[in-house]
Write a protein that binds this ligand. Sequence first.
Ligand SMILES: [Fe+2]
Length: 265
Amino acid sequence: MMTILIDQPEFGVEAGFNKQVDNVEKELVLDGGFMVPQTNSFGHTFRDYHVESERQKGVENFYKTNHINQTYDFVKRMREEYGKLNKVEMSIWECCELLNDVVDESDPDLDEPQIEHLLQTAEAIRRDYPDEDWLHLTGLIHDLGKVLLLPSFGELPQWAVVGDTYPVGCAFDKSIVHHKVAKENNTTLPSAALFVIRYHSFYALHRLGAYKHLMNEEDVENLKWLEIFNKYDLYSKSKVRIDVEKVKPYYISLIEKYFPAKLRW
Ligand SMILES: [Fe+2]
């Protein structure tokens, strides 16, 4: 979940635009030979919030609470609090492993350990874009902000951390936090990587083209990478098992290339 700070509050676009998203997804043109599975771990189509599933009620409740509580004041407080980076010191890989304890109630597709999803995303990108190692690493770390749900990071409620991103003239989210975490720990990842991390759940922008008037030239360039990235994020949530120990050395080498050994969170 993130919201984006803008001068003029915008209304009318929020996180529940499932029907449009379904249609847009049918039109997705896939390049790089990435095969799109038709169903998620539960056997349903992706991002289908209407299907009767065990998850559906939970997802509905999630967005209701989210829209009620995600106020401008709350966002401001959280930005101040988490901008301090005084919660924890740990490596990127340690943080990935920590994420395994997290269940994302806003996600109707995912019922697997989070680290599997991170590695599925990263490995799918790696297969199709072998030379863009920064994008593999981006895949690995894009959801790390969900650690905010855990006690050592302040144990924020689900509505404050996960779910779709939408601007309401205010801004807080896990991804702003880890956008900042990466930057302030002197990552050498390119700006496109930070853009992908920060905005990958901003479906109104990258699927529906809303809010483009708020973008500058660099954003426009970076959005191209986000569009590539997002289909891997979404469609890698299927029954592709990853041997964590087997791929770990590769990702450790990327982490060493782009991050310090320990980061302040
Ligand atoms: Fe993700």
